[in-house]
Design a protein around this ligand. Structure first.
Ligand code: ARG
Length: 288
């Protein structure tokens, strides 16, 4: 008689809670903070009277660069320009996707000259298709690229019109997210892509509607606490497996480990005096 069930097979081993994560090799553009300083205040982190050291910033930045190299990534460098103390925040210099570059147009006059400097570097380094933007936008500070869509922040820096301009130029769907907390003035201070499909974020940085959008798009997102966000823990850089993240974001680091990622803590406390972390210092040059 045929039997439909068997009791003799051993019970299968429990599946791991999360799959093995895979790193993809990246190409980053960085700018050594030789002229770093906090001489003006354009976000709540910046206090010109607090004193910031270019020397210490360079030391911490060199450790970040070494971390990327040790993880197997390629790092290109753009020359720092005297008088542009925030130029170390390369993420703001452009949005590069599929080998095309959507140029930055800064909100504040203090940083305006950085846009043309980054566009010129890209043109001189093999990116023939660089778009001069009509709309104010701060590059990867407010545009974060996933496999199928680009998430775009607005509310403090980047204009809604830039979301449309980027979508039309890059041919990728751009999803608008509204930022509401001035501490998290760029999208990359409140959210980062874990890989091509999923993200980590701090819900309190977003309007109610944008929170609902994030919940719908990313039901399995890693949710960060306010404490982790307040040390710029969400300003992290993931290659799909390794997550370079501010060391003080201890709760987030534990959660990432539980989800199968490999956190790589770094100390960028000096750059945080300008409101930046690892991601701000890093522009990804995407050829695909
Ligand atoms: N001081 C800079 C500014 O306020 C910091 C930029 C940080 N960059 C970033 N991608 N969030 O513009």
């Amino acid at each position: 008689e045929p039997s439909v069930a068997t009791t003799s097979a051993p019970a299968p081993a429990p599946a791991p809670a999360f799959p093995e994560r895979t790193a993809l090799r990246r190409h980053y553009l960085m700018c050594r903070p030789e002229h770093f300083a906090v001489t003006y205040a354009i976000n709540p982190w910046m206090d010109p009277s607090a004193g910031a050291s270019a020397e210490l910033a360079v030391e911490q930045w060199e450790a970040l660069r070494s971390t990327y190299l040790a993880l197997g990534h390629e790092v290109s460098l753009i020359d720092p320009v005297p008088g542009l103390p925030d130029m170390v925040f390369a993420a703001n210099g452009a949005l590069v996707v599929g080998g095309r570059a959507y140029g930055a147009r800064f909100t504040f006059a203090e940083r305006a000259a950085e846009g043309p400097a980054y566009s010129a570097w890209l043109r001189a380094n093999g990116f023939a298709d660089v778009k001069e933007p009509e709309h104010t936008n701060e590059g990867e500070g407010d545009f974060l690229t996933l496999d199928r869509i680009i998430l775009a922040g607005t509310g403090f820096r980047t204009d809604l019109g830039a979301h449309q301009e980027a979508q039309e130029f890059l041919g990728r769907p751009v999803v608008t997210l509204r930022l509401v907390d001035p501490r998290f003035y760029h999208l990359d201070t409140a959210l980062f892509p874990l890989d091509g499909e999923n993200v980590a974020y701090y819900p309190g940085a977003f309007s109610p509607g944008s929170r609902a959008v994030l919940e719908r798009l990313f039901p399995n997102a890693v949710i960060a606490s306010e404490a982790d966000a307040a040390v710029l823990g969400l300003n992290a850089v993931s290659d799909g497996r390794n997550v370079v993240v501010n060391a003080e974001a201890t709760g987030l680091i534990a959660t990432l480990t539980e989800h199968g990622y490999h956190p790589v803590p770094v100390d960028l406390t000096e750059l945080r005096k300008a409101g930046g972390g690892p991601k701000c210092c890093t522009l990804e040059l995407r050829t695909v």
